[in-house]
Design a binder for this molecule. Structure first.
Ligand code: ZN
Length: 204
């Protein structure tokens, strides 16, 4: 698993993965899945061994409203999974970042988990991507291109008159509006009017 060495900590460490997921899922503070109260839960301190022999799980929160306990994975596909959270996040990353998708066999090798686990994860992850709100985002193979809409000028760039300098001529795209289209393989297109120049920053 040498590739994991250069990755973000939440792909290699279960605790970091939990913190990452908490920040992503709860930007306004922990949300109680039982009563819906936002930002009113407090963290329970994990103890390796307590006197009574009870064990407080890591990442456990207690709602100050309904007094019930929960973790960030309640209601997610990670809930009750024996696969460590950072491997789930890494699998998501691999499935989203690879241009041609990734087979369960590749996941199995890259994550150091059984093929059966990898197959299960890939199916669950693809399922979540087919659900809202992810499904309305453009996914899969995406092509992007820009075009310029506006009147055609009468003289092409090649018809430079003798003595005329290139910099005195209007820019080929002067007076035109830019439209950027993002095309997803399979047919969906989103087009946007782009203000300003076509730079990678503006396109993003
Ligand atoms: Zn609650």
């Amino acid at each position: 698993m040498s590739q994991a060495d250069i990755l973000a900590p939440h792909f290699t460490d279960a605790e970091k993965a939990r913190e990452f997921l908490e920040a992503q899922r709860w930007p306004d503070g922990p949300v109680c899945p039982h009563c819906g109260l936002i930002g009113e839960a407090y963290k329970l301190t994990p103890k390796a061994t307590s006197k009574k022999g009870t064990h407080v799980r890591r990442g456990l929160w207690k709602c100050a409203g309904c007094r019930k306990e929960f973790t960030v994975t309640v209601g997610t596909i990670f809930e009750d999974s024996h696969i460590p959270l950072h491997k789930w996040l890494f699998a998501y990353h691999l499935l989203c970042a690879s241009k041609k998708g990734m087979s369960a066999h590749q996941l199995h090798r890259m994550l150091g988990i059984t093929y059966r686990s990898a197959w299960f994860m890939a199916h669950r992850i693809r399922y979540t991507m087919s659900q809202e709100p992810l499904s309305s985002k453009l996914t899969g193979v995406i092509k992007m291109d820009e075009t310029y809409i506006g009147g055609k000028r009468k003289f092409g760039p090649q018809s430079i008159k003798p003595g005329e300098r290139q910099k005195d001529r209007p820019h080929p795209f002067a007076g035109k509006e830019t439209v950027v289209s993002v095309l997803q393989r399979g047919g969906r297109v989103q087009s946007h009017h782009l203000r300003g120049r076509v730079t990678s920053e503006n396109l993003r």
